[in-house]
Design a protein around this ligand. Structure first.
Ligand code: UT7
Length: 319
């Protein structure tokens, strides 16, 4: 039996930091409101010159170094992003060129904030099939580009960044189980309902959200997804050492852990200093906790995504 295993992680945050006070100086909001409702204190914002593939490149290089794997040994690149560099080619192909390699499969996954978990589950299945041996799975986003900076209800929530893992074929798991779900009837509660047509933007190029509906939906499906994935892996909640849900809002994270019966000390929280980085949030959090020596080899981590679509999913992973 072939399994896949995370053998290295990496991440990148653009140097520019924007604090809640920076928002309060230009919008009718306050540090207290943002902290209380979301737990967010600061977020990183990409420079105009930086694209998702640039952020992905930095994260990928770190992950390859941590895994001690050369870029040309990678035979599969999956980039999860809702803020691609172009309509096409894919950000994954642009990243492959920036890595200076040729010939691997390379494609993007579009599942918004669940994108990394969707990408990880896809790469896991492709490795388990025997067709691929080493994959780079990356979440990379410049959400700052799709925000209405005058809409205090949304612009304070998000940040930019990238996180990456190297996944390699092995003879023990690795990834125990992944469960992916979607319900397109909820498309309207979180969207960027615009497109490029005839040289113009049709619809809106900005993120729109029904915050309370998203909040309730996220807590419900993250709990269901945790249970479904543990059942698929034949494990119990006590077998989980760390819970890394999509970093959207501290209140969503704490409610999810509470509902799932996972202790607060096992909950990974980085949204306070990253903001919501969409598809990048889970691998960014994973890399930060691994580099800090908090998540250690052999520990079991439940990774969870939820986002526009609506999409959601979880992967149970032994590191
Ligand atoms: O990847 C998934 C992405 N989405 C999310 O994670 C969003 C999930 N939802 C949430 O995190 C919360 O719903 C929010 C943080 C977005 C909002 O918190 P809330 O407790 O649901 O507040 P609310 O939307 O009910 O708004 C309460 C009040 C409103 O004023 P009124 O109508 O009561 O006078 C808003 O206009 O807060 C106001 N408000 C703000 N006030 C200060 C909304 N945004 C702000 C702001 N600063 N930034």
């Amino acid at each position: 039996m072939i399994y896949s295993r995370i053998v290295g992680t990496g991440s990148y945050l653009p140097p520019k930091v924007m604090t809640n006070h920076d928002f309060a100086a230009r919008l009718e909001t306050s540090d207290a409101w943002i902290r209380e409702r979301t737990g967010i204190v600061q977020r990183h914002i990409a420079d105009k010159s930086q694209t998702s593939s640039d952020l992905a490149l930095e994260a990928a290089r770190q992950a390859l170094k941590a895994a001690d794997v050369k870029a040309d040994a990678i035979d599969l690149i999956i980039v999860a992003t809702s803020t691609p560099d172009f309509v096409f080619p894919s950000t994954a192909c642009l990243l492959q060129a920036k890595l200076g390699t040729k010939g691997s499969a390379a494609f993007d996954v579009q599942a918004v904030c669940s994108g990394f978990v969707y990408g990880l589950a896809t790469a896991d299945a492709m490795i388990k099939s025997g067709a691929y041996k080493k994959a780079l799975v990356i979440g990379a986003e410049v959400f700052s580009r799709i925000l209405d900076w005058n809409d205090r209800g949304t612009c304070v929530l998000f940040g930019d960044g990238a996180g990456a893992v190297v996944l390699a074929a092995g003879d023990k798991p690795g990834i125990h189980a992944s469960v992916l779900r979607a319900d397109g009837s909820y498309a309207g509660i979180l969207s960027v309902p615009g497109n490029v047509c005839g040289g113009n933007i049709t619809g809106s190029p900005f993120l729109q959200m029904d915050g309370q509906a998203v909040f309730k939906f996220a807590v419900r499906v993250l709990d269901e997804s945790a249970r479904e994935t543990l059942a698929a892996a034949g494990m119990k909640v006590e077998d989980v050492d760390w819970l890394i849900p999509h970093q959207a809002n501290v209140r969503i994270l704490e409610a999810t852990a509470r509902k799932a019966g996972i202790a607060r000390e096992k909950l990974v929280v980085t949204v306070d200093h990253h903001g919501n980085t969409s598809a990048a949030s889970v691998p960014l959090a994973l890399d930060e906790y691994i580099r800090a020596g908090k998540i250690r080899p052999g520990e079991r981590v439940l990774l969870q995504g939820v986002g526009g679509g609506f999409t959601w999913g979880s992967s149970l992973v032994t590191l």
